[in-house]
Write a protein that binds this ligand. Sequence first.
Ligand code: APR
Ligand code: MG
Length: 273
Amino acid sequence: MKKWNKDHVINTLPARKPDAHKGTYGTALIAAGSRFMPGAAVLSALACMRSGVGKLEMGIEESVIPYVIQHLPETTFVPGFYERLQNLQLNQYRVLAAGPGREADDETETTVKAFLKSDVPVILDAGALSQRTYIDRKAPVILTPHPGEFLRISDISMEELEENQQQAVTKFAVETGVTLVLKGQQTITAFPDGDVYINTSGNSALSKGGTGDTLTGMITGMLCCHDDWKHAVLNAVYLHGACADEWEKTRSAHTMLAHELSDLLPEVWKKHE
Ligand code: APR
Ligand code: MG
């Protein structure tokens, strides 16, 4: 399997244009968080705003707004998001993401359906993941399951996955027309054209609640600042792992918190520019 390594990242990370304004890098919309999982909204929002986006709007239950604002005063909110979902002009956004901190309930499903009708890239994680096909969609669909979620959304068995991961993920990506980011110790990214890469960064400091929500935010932000969307996905996965590697240089892998990935990202990114 092809590897995505430090040199690839250094060669493909975009510089921030000197004449950029916040419109240059677009507005992302993330639908995340719920009453009992508000932190996932905070984690994905923080990571997104650290990852090159111009502006971030959150589609969020009103009860969760104070938590996000406390940690990230830079973000704004779509008024009455779930009530107004059908009437939102989703094509105004550069990227749409859904799922972190969401149950797979009716509201989440309605959100995903509305997002998929738009013409912009969509990232689906956690509660937004379910069995669907995306073959007719022109803009990229990026799914970010861990193995348990992947088994839930595919007809692939645990045995098949364990026997030949590359074959299983490639088949799924090509047949359903998606980019599949199968998260794990070595995350594999399979594109709908059959291209597949294994990530080379990261360590078990990442095996802690919330790091996946951070990754969703990073992919969302990176899609806004890269011209090549495939590079955006691969670089987000790599830098997410590289932040954990930076942590482990001087601190115990037992102790890292998911939001600390976003604290580490500015320095880690700089080293790859
Ligand atoms: N080595 C390297 N990377 C690892 C390791 C490891 N040993 N263990 C985990 N990771 C990485 C994965 O590659 C992935 O990027 O940590 C991240 C974990 O992501 P998730 O499994 O999605 O974790 P989490 O953020 O807690 O998910 C929260 O999503 O899975 C749902 O129900 C869950 O709603 C919850 C939400
Ligand atoms: Mg997760």
